[in-house]
Design a protein around this ligand. Sequence first.
Ligand code: SF4
Length: 251
Amino acid sequence: MKQYLLYDDIVKICEQINENHLPDDGPFTKKIDELFEQYDDEKAPLQFILKAFLELLKLVDSEIYKIEQNVNIRPTCAKGCAHCCYFPIVTTKLEAKLMMEYIHRLPMKEREDVLEHLKTYFQTNQENLQKVCSIDFTEDVHFKEKYISKQVSCPFLDLKTNTCKVYEVRPIPCRTYLNYGNPRVCADSYIPDEPFSYEFFYEYYMQALNELIQELLYNGQELDFDYPDDVFTFDYLPALLQQEVQKNRLR
Ligand code: SF4
């Protein structure tokens, strides 16, 4: 029978990470420099920001992988397991916009599939979405439990396959929350103790994205979103996506 790490083992590994393997922002600032080396100011700034967004998301994955190598662990999360896709995913307005921009650049068949999926999702989940999206994540310390208990899936979760329709651009919370124990714990409890979150990467990622946008502004580029509002306005992903879907219908 497969042996999984137990809660106590995971706590010890967390301590090891905190003591010896906490990263700094070096790889993120380096990535921004690399991106500007390939920057073409003839192209629309949003295209460049989308590329940077994808690269920074990938960088978070690879930095997590480095830590895992250092402490010799691998996630037990598997394709088709989607318990955390019922969690409240909070993103910025810009991230939701970039996710939609990514969808609009997909090959036609894929794009239509995702857009149709979103349309059906918002039509069928309106009532539940109103309930969960009105939970105040800034003030209510129990917002996570309250949101999860309603079991409203993420707009991007394909309920037939239990997989993410936009895996390549899934936002930071989906990448940084990982289980190293028995995968059963996620089925047995809404908020299990075993998984942990590499949320410290969020600051580096946000800092890098913001730095990149500021550099574009400094170079005289005009942005087709509101700065700084869209970069620093947070909300539940379904709420932000719905606004983007509505805006796109009008464009
Ligand atoms: S974006 Fe994808 S991975 Fe993240 S919660 Fe939604 S379906 Fe799951």
